[in-house]
Structures are given as C-alpha cells and as structure tokens.
Design a protein around this ligand. Sequence first.
Ligand SMILES: NC(=O)c1ccc[n+]([C@@H]2O[C@H](COP(=O)([O-])OP(=O)(O)OC[C@H]3O[C@@H](n4cnc5c(N)ncnc54)[C@H](OP(=O)(O)O)[C@@H]3O)[C@@H](O)[C@H]2O)c1
Length: 283
Amino acid sequence: MKIKGSTNIVGLIGHPVEHSFSPPMHNAAFDKLNMDYAYVAFDVDSNNLKSAIDGAKSLNIKGFNVTIPHKIGIMQFLDEIDEVASLIGAVNTIDFKNLKGYNTDGIGAVRAIEEVTNIKNKNVVVAGAGGASRAISFYLARYGADTITLLNRNVDRAMNLAEDILDSGLITEIKSDSISEINSYLSDADILVDTTPRGMHPHTDDEPIARAENMQEDLVVFDAVYNPNETVLIKEAIKAGAKPVYGIKMLLYQGAESFKIWTGRKAPIDVMEKALGETLNLE
Ligand SMILES: NC(=O)c1ccc[n+]([C@@H]2O[C@H](COP(=O)([O-])OP(=O)(O)OC[C@H]3O[C@@H](n4cnc5c(N)ncnc54)[C@H](OP(=O)(O)O)[C@@H]3O)[C@@H](O)[C@H]2O)c1
C-alpha cells in the first residue's frame, strides 16, 4: 500500500483498539482492488467523541467503524441513523458522506449463519442479551426467524430485549428465560447463537453454554467469539456432529458491509478472510 496525497482515510474508533483485526482486513481489501484508501485505528476516550467526529469531518475522513465502548454514545453526534441501527440502539459504522450511522454487526452474523442454513421459519435460541445479542436478534427477526428464545444470566435484561424486538413488529413470538435452562430449549432448536464471552481468549477453558450430549446433528451452532477460532462451544458442536459457524465469519461480513457503505463497492471476501486468518494465525 502506498500512502499518497490523494489517499482516502477510513478507520476505527474505540477504546482500546490496538488488538483490532479490522485494519489488516480492510487494508488487504483496498490493496487487492487497487483502491486509494487506508484504514487506521484511533484510540478515542469517551469524553472526546464529539471532537473526534468534528475533527474527522474537517479532515475529510470517509468512514469509521465504531467499537466498544462508543457504539451507543456516538449516536447523538450523527445527523442520521439507519432504521435497523436505530431499533438496535447502537452504531458500528459511520458514513461521512451524510454523517449517517449503521449497524453491520447483526447482518454480519446472519450472513455467516445463512452460509449454512436459512434463518426463515427457524427456531433460534440466543444466549446473552448484551450488545451483540441485540444486533443479532433484531436481524434474526428481520430475516424471518419463526421463534427467538433469549437466554441470559440476568433474565430482566433478556425480557427487556424481547419486548423491544416484539415492539418492532418484526416477529410475533419471542421468549426469554435464564441461561441455566438452555438444555430444555435445545431439543426444539434449529439454530443456537452464543453471544456470551464464554471461552474467549484467555478464558479458553470456560464451561461452554451447552455440551455435545444436548445438541442434535441438525443443530447449527454459531459462536460470536472469534478468538480462539475453535471455541469450547464450537468443539462441542463438532463432537455432536452439529454444524459449526465460526465467529470470525461475523467479523468478516460486518466488515464487508461497512466496506460497501463507505466505497460503494463489493468487498473482496476471500482476501479479507485470508487477512483475518493470518491475523488469527490460522494459516
Ligand atoms: N464476531 C464478531 O464480529 C463479534 C462482534 C461483537 C461481539 N462479539 C463477541 O460477542 C461477545 C459479547 O459481546 P457484547 O458486546 O454483546 O458484550 P456485552 O454487551 O457485555 O454482553 C455480554 C452478554 O454475555 C453475558 N455474559 C457475560 N459473561 C457471561 C458468562 N460467564 N456466562 C454467561 N453469560 C455471560 C452477559 O450476561 P448478563 O447480562 O447477565 O451480564 C450479557 O448478556 C464478546 O465475546 C465479543 O467478543 C463478536
């Protein structure tokens, strides 16, 4: 990559950002398509969000990804919020053409799952009710899931999310319960989505949310955790003969959607996936 006087800048704002996988993924895509763009990460304190947006506008930055802890706080500084991002209540992508916020996390997950099975008319169990669960669950509803069951340690949080999704009118059947009840829901489930951080590096020996003996072979098991690639839950899914969907695919497809929003071009998925694999040492 050659940085020139004409180079367009896109990037990531969050705190911390130094371990992000997004710069190698997007820069590999720009290289492949010979695009005069560069992607950089900016560590931004929560007190400086407004000045970061004002500064980015002044500097003619083209787009941002937004990560923890700014996905909600940034929204007040944008001119427009995409409809689904507004329902989710969080933004992970900003297009500076119109200072509009989007959320590509949920679509990243559903694209990853739809590589293995259609979501339409499926019975989906979602573990966790935090930011990732919100983004993914709204998209599961949008993609026509028949029933969503939200399971969380804090059941009130799952109930609140269930109410928000019902209010959106995207789905008519949504349940909530304690995550300790998960096994009683798995026999009827087509898809299990884990949005809890269990098994995430360095806690790779955590107890998984479900064991192989409670999974049937037809179950599709998606784990949002992508480091390590093969989490404790994915190992259990493989042991059960079920169908694993890796968290890295969500990262890949959310990035591909952001790339399209900023540049108007289709993202080179293979190149981005290879760059992610190299960053995760999967080669
Ligand atoms: N692949 C991707 O592109 C991608 C994108 C975004 C996030 N993620 C991953 O998704 C995970 C969650 O992120 P988030 O932003 O949703 O976090 P969050 O907003 O903090 O929510 C975490 C959720 O997990 C639950 N939880 C936390 N520790 C748990 C445990 N030990 N056992 C059971 N449940 C537990 C929490 O339950 P309570 O409400 O009861 O506390 C909460 O529902 C992280 O591992 C993150 O890396 C991946």
